[in-house]
Structure formats: structure tokens, C-alpha cells
Write a protein that binds this ligand. Structure first.
Ligand SMILES: NC(=O)c1ccc[n+]([C@@H]2O[C@H](COP(=O)([O-])OP(=O)(O)OC[C@H]3O[C@@H](n4cnc5c(N)ncnc54)[C@H](O)[C@@H]3O)[C@@H](O)[C@H]2O)c1
Length: 331
């Protein structure tokens, strides 16, 4: 049994390959040749446990994850997780992968497919609200698909977190040759979300907020592009009603996003977004729904699914075997 820790996962992932893989998975998701039950979430106060199995003809595995938002106060990551890959013929455990880096990179690659389909190629600036490792990968993957981006903006409730992300980006860009494409970008910290939105063509939210992180002002949303990553429960919401004065359609990674996140449930319930105007990106890619009008404001909401994580884990497992990296655990 092979074990791949976060560092090995990081070293193995090629940004473009991960984005291309997630795009293929979105199409496979629509085709339906797999078994993936609705993910099981159990919560006790603010402590959340998610269990996510997935089986297809070639790949089989599960992801287990905890989300403890208050860990930040202890200086710990909010998310811990593990992905298990099994042999499809025998069920034997082939590989265990640390879930932290996989989750952040998978989310960034799934977002990047959204950037490709819901924003124009000409965008020059991207802002993140919520400064964490998750936001770091969002920026790295976004800039991979939009080479005209020259400016990065960061806002966090805690200015220290924003500063930490800025410094981390600057250090990583110098350290890793494959991040060279980010080296000429300006990185600025904003003191208010309103300043970040005003400066950014694309805004990505990566918080655990239960109330909108952007003021409820329609003017802020005109002709801008938004990707919501943070909210994954009905009581969580990052975007205000004003967004839906500017967007008529919303795009998602999975169908059940409409049942999982307050960012879609609330506007659908209040009638400012029609159920039928929520499309999956897989159907955009397959050209089964009208193409996205990127000349106007757009909204793409991702919540994630086992299929993304397990398929990414399977890609990493085979890469690790080829490169002979990872730790063999005694069986
Ligand atoms: N959609 C997906 O596929 C996906 C994947 C991974 C994580 N997530 C979700 O993303 C969220 C963030 O996860 P994380 O691991 O980055 O958490 P984290 O605690 O490491 O970071 C979140 C950051 O957001 C900041 N923040 C919180 N409320 C804010 C607000 N109102 N305005 C500005 N900043 C605010 C916090 O200060 C913190 O720095 C969680 O809800 C998590 O479940 C979603």
C-alpha cells in the first residue's frame, strides 16, 4: 500500500494536467457510468464530518474529511482528510493520500475550469476574499488559465491572514520554477471587500461565512465575474441578493449544489433565481445548454464531489508509481 503525504501530492500535481482532468470528469459526471451516493455529512455544533465514496469501471475509492472552522484560532488547518484508493477487482487498498492538498488543488482545478468557461480571456485582475491555502491554489490555478492577469487582490477579516497569504505567494513564486508565470504580478491587500470587488474583474470567495461577504449593492456586481468556493451548507452564504440583479443564470459543478449551499438555496427560495437557470458546467462543456455570456456578470458556485477527489487521487497514484515516489506501508 502506497502512502502519499501532502508534500508528495504537491510535487506530483501538474496544474494544467489537473485542470484538464477535472474538465474530463465534469463530462463523465454527466454521462453517469459510476456509482456515487450523495455525500454523508454529519455535524455536531460547528464540527463537520464528510464521507464520500465513488466507484466506476476503472477507479474506486472514498474520501473522508473533517471541517472544524474554529481550528484557525488554534493555528491549525480547518480541514483534515484522507483519500483511500482501492483495487477495483479485489477491493485491496492500493493507496492512501493525505486529503488536505488534494482538496485544495481539486477545488482550484474545478474553479479553473469555471474560469475558462465563465470569464472572458481578457480579464486582468483577480481578487480572493478569505486568505488561506485554499485561496493560494485558487490564485495559482486561475492565473494558469488567464494569462492576461496582472493584479491579485486579497481581503480577509483578519489582516494578518491576508499578509501571510501575500508573503506565502511571494515566497512560493521565487521557490518554484513552475510558478514563474506569476512572477510579474502585483499583489495587493485590500482593507475592505468593497475595494477588492471594485478592483477585480474576477472575485473568488473562500470563506466559511454564514452571511454575505460582499455588501448588498447591485452596482458592485455589474459586468464582474464571481466564483463561490466556501459555502457548502444551507446555512452558509457568501453572496448577497444583489448578485442576482446582475446574473440570470448560475453555473455549478454538481446538481446537488442547489440543495447544499445557501448561495443557491436562498435565492431560489426567494424567487430571484429560477431553478431552471442553474446549469452544470459539464453541460456547458458538452454544449447541451446555451453558451455562457461572458460579456456580462457571471456566477459559478462549486461545492465539490467524491468523483473529483478520487479521480485526482487516482491520477496522482499512477504518477507516483511511474516516478517511484511515496512511502510503501507494510501490509
Ligand atoms: N467548494 C469546495 O470544493 C471546497 C473545497 C475546500 C474547502 N471549501 C470550503 O471553503 C471554506 C474555507 O476553507 P479553508 O480551509 O480555506 O478555511 P480557513 O479557515 O483556512 O480559511 C478561511 C479564511 O476565510 C476568512 N474569513 C472568514 N469569514 C470571512 C469574511 N466574512 N470575510 C473575509 N474573510 C473571511 C478567515 O479569516 C480565514 O482566513 C470552508 O467552508 C470549506 O469547507 C470548499
Amino acid at each position: 500500500m502506497l502512502y502519499l503525504n501532502n508534500d508528495t501530492v504537491n510535487d506530483l500535481v501538474d496544474t494544467q494536467e489537473a485542470i484538464d482532468l477535472m474538465e474530463k470528469v465534469m463530462v463523465a459526471y454527466e454521462e453517469g457510468n459510476y456509482i456515487m451516493p450523495k455525500r454523508l455529512r454529519i455535524s455536531r455544533s460547528n464540527h463537520n464530518y464528510l464521507y464520500m465514496p465513488y466507484i466506476s469501471e476503472e477507479v474506486c475509492g472514498s474520501k473522508m474529511q473533517t471541517i472544524y472552522p474554529d481550528n484557525k484560532k488554534l493555528g491549525l488547518p480547518a480541514i483534515y482528510g484522507m483519500v483511500m484508493l482501492n483495487d477495483t477487482k479485489t477491493g485491496k487498498i492500493d493507496c492512501l493520500l493525505d486529503g488536505e492538498a488534494i482538496t485544495s488543488m481539486r477545488a482550484a482545478a474545478v474553479s479553473a475550469v469555471g474560469v475558462k468557461y465563465t470569464t472572458p480571456e481578457t480579464i486582468e485582475s483577480v481578487g480572493v476574499i478569505g486568505a488561506s491555502l485554499l485561496a493560494f491554489y485558487q490564485l495559482v490555478f486561475t492565473c494558469k488559465v488567464r494569462s492576461n492577469i496582472k493584479h491579485i487582490y486579497i481581503y480577509d477579516l483578519y489582516p494578518d491572514a491576508a499578509l501571510e497569504l501575500k508573503k506565502y505567494l511571494e515566497t512560493e513564486i521565487v521557490k518554484y520554477k513552475e510558478l514563474e508565470y506569476l512572477k510579474d504580478l502585483s499583489i495587493q491587500i485590500c482593507s475592505e471587500p468593497i475595494d477588492l470587488v471594485a478592483s477585480s474583474d474576477l472575485v473568488i470567495t473562500t470563506t466559511y461565512s454564514t452571511t454575505p461577504v460582499i455588501p448588498d449593492n447591485p452596482d458592485l456586481f455589474k459586468n464582474k465575474h464571481f466564483i463561490g468556493v466556501g459555502s457548502y451548507r444551507p446555512d452558509m452564504r457568501e453572496f448577497p441578493d444583489a448578485l442576482f440583479t446582475q446574473v440570470k443564470q448560475a453555473y455549478t459543478d454538481v446538481y446537488y449544489a442547489k440543495e447544499e449551499t445557501g448561495d443557491l438555496i436562498d435565492p431560489i427560495d426567494s424567487g430571484i433565481l429560477a431553478q431552471d437557470d442553474v446549469y452544470t458546467l459539464g453541460n456547458v462543456i458538452r454544449k447541451l445548454v446555451p453558451p455562457v455570456d461572458t460579456s456580462k456578470a457571471t456566477f459559478y458556485k462549486i461545492v465539490g464531489m467524491a468523483m473529483f477527489d478520487i479521480e485526482l487521487a487516482n491520477y496522482l497514484y499512477h504518477k507516483a508509481l511511474d516516478k517511484k515516489v511515496g512511502q510503501h506501508l507494510v501490509e
